[in-house]
Design a protein around this ligand. Structure first.
Ligand code: VGL
Ligand code: ZN
Length: 198
């Protein structure tokens, strides 16, 4: 069994003071760092949007953050501008031990499509390449931590389980946005997909 720790989007914009702050988002950093030594591989993901990204409410006339829109690939939540490529908001939290990472996967860089999952963009078919990286390294078991539980952690965990990885989400090392019950539906979706919530 070869195990990887997948650290989802521990970036300044998802931490208190950031553009899309997740309550308590920075509380998990020390615990994540402490976990890294227990894994054969550590992968970080980084939400990495161009300016004017289609997931930003500011890109749609008359739309406000947290409203929904229909995209060609399905319904999409509109967000405040966040994690714009090269900005301080897109940088990892300063205390995250990025030096331990073997691999950094960026996602959400195509202007017309969002990407919550570390494996597939929101059309559920455009791959990020992470599956190939993990498989060619012989990795079978994944532990996921990070931000946000109900969006990027959820989509990543469900996709990984569907791909056949053994997936555990350490919910104590995740924090949620919890928009209109999204945390509860994420929890049942993950459990239904065979993800272990620990
Ligand atoms: C995320 C909303 C928009 C996340 C990323 O990391 O969960 N959520 N972009
Ligand atoms: Zn994003």
């Amino acid at each position: 069994m070869t195990r990887a720790l997948i650290v989802i989007d521990v970036q300044n914009d998802f931490c208190p003071g950031g553009a899309l702050a997740v309550p308590g988002g920075d509380d998990i950093v020390a615990g994540i760092n402490a976990l890294m030594a227990d894994y054969d591989a550590v992968v970080l993901t980084q939400d990495w949007h161009p300016t004017g990204h289609s997931s930003f409410a500011s890109s749609h006339n008359g739309k406000a953050p947290y409203e929904m829109i229909d995209m060609p690939y399905g319904p999409q939540v509109l967000w405040p501008d966040h994690c714009v490529q090269g900005t301080e908001g897109a940088a990892f939290h300063a205390d995250l031990n990025t030096g331990r990472a073997d691999m950094i996967v960026r996602k959400g860089y195509r202007p017309a499509i969002d990407s919550y999952s570390a494996f597939f963009e929101n059309d559920h078919e455009t791959p990020t390449g992470l599956e190939g990286y993990l498989r060619t390294r012989g990795i079978t078991d994944l532990t996921m931590v990070g931000l946000a539980t109900d969006f990027c952690v959820n989509f990543s965990a469900v996709d990984a389980a569907k791909l056949g990885f053994n997936v555990t989400v350490r919910t104590d090392l995740c924090r949620a946005i919890d928009l209109d019950g999204s945390l509860a539906s994420a929890q049942s979706g993950m459990t239904g997909a065979g993800v272990t919530l620990a």
